[in-house]
Design a protein around this ligand. Structure first.
Ligand code: SF4
Length: 276
């Protein structure tokens, strides 16, 4: 098998690894499987991920201006333009539409509504001190963690700073394994966070009203413990796979909501006979 100097662990792969380790390896580290003779299918990105990245872009635009000026946040229209440009870039090489977002026109309307909701409900509360800065951390021999926490901010007049992450989707999921790695990365550059808050904006079908954002608070120590357990399991599995080339090293989860041909590069291939 190929010798690899360093493998980057992305914090966002943590929750996914705990959902289906084998799918996550196929999506994030497909080269490992190809080097061992497996053939993951090429999949376009999902429209849900593209809409999420676009709403992130709008938030980033707004909070950057706020960080520079103190109170200005730019205009809704400019934030939406930045978000739609991001969406178009994300789907340039193809996209998998879904029932909630079946067309580009639907995506544009959803991005418009979610951007306005984020800017009117969340942006006014935050005093950002750091936005989307990449941090890398040597974790174990041969493995680094590399990630960009969305926003580090204080809230209203509080002085303590916390991590703030935006999620969009049809349903809200649990992302503690991702946030624990962000907290560890921030601690490594002397920015300890005292809180972790996820702002969730539901992706609604066009024509249905947009619900208020749900701001979910995570416990920092619990997230760090979950991230460490997940990282260590991933590293142990990858090292075993590099020695044996046996794909059964990566536990499959055919009960995952994402076990299907739209979302898993191994679905329907001999590399995963476990799918539903
Ligand atoms: S087919 Fe299902 S169980 Fe197998 S890797 Fe994909 S998501 Fe996991």
């Amino acid at each position: 098998m190929t010798t690899i100097d360093t493998i980057m662990i992305r914090p966002s792969s943590g929750p996914s690894y705990n959902d289906c380790a084998r799918r996550t390896i196929a999506k994030a580290y497909g080269f490992l499987l190809r080097d061992a003779g497996y053939e993951p299918r090429q999949l376009s990105s999902s429209v849900g991920a593209a809409v999420g990245s676009s709403v992130h872009k709008a938030g980033e635009y707004s909070l950057h201006i706020k960080m520079e000026t103190g109170d200005d946040t730019g205009t809704d229209n400019d934030a939406i333009d930045a978000a739609v440009a991001e969406f178009d870039a994300r789907i340039e090489d193809g996209v998998i539409w879904d029932d909630t977002t079946p067309t580009r026109n639907a995506a544009q309307k959803q991005i418009d509504v979610m951007t306005r909701m984020y800017r009117s409900r969340i942006v006014p509360k935050l005093v950002p001190v750091m936005i989307e800065r990449r941090i890398e951390l040597q974790y174990k021999p041969g493995f680094e963690i590399s990630g960009q926490p969305d926003v580090v901010a204080s809230v209203d007049d509080e002085t303590a700073i916390g991590l703030r992450d935006t999620k969009t989707g049809v349903v809200q999921r649990a992302n503690g394994a991702q946030y624990g790695n962000y907290a560890a990365l921030l601690k490594s550059v002397h920015i300890p966070v005292s809180s972790i808050t996820e702002d969730f904006l539901q992706r609604m079908p066009v024509g249905k009203s947009q619900p208020e954002p749900i701001s979910k608070i995570y416990d920092v120590r619990t997230c760090i413990a979950l991230a460490k357990a997940t990282n260590d399991r991933m590293i142990r599995d990858i090292n075993t796979f590099l020695e044996t080339g046996d794909i059964e090293t990566f536990a499959p989860n055919p009960m995952s909501m994402m076990c299907g041909d739209k979302y898993c590069p191994l679905h329907g291939t001999t590399a995963c006979p476990h799918h539903k």
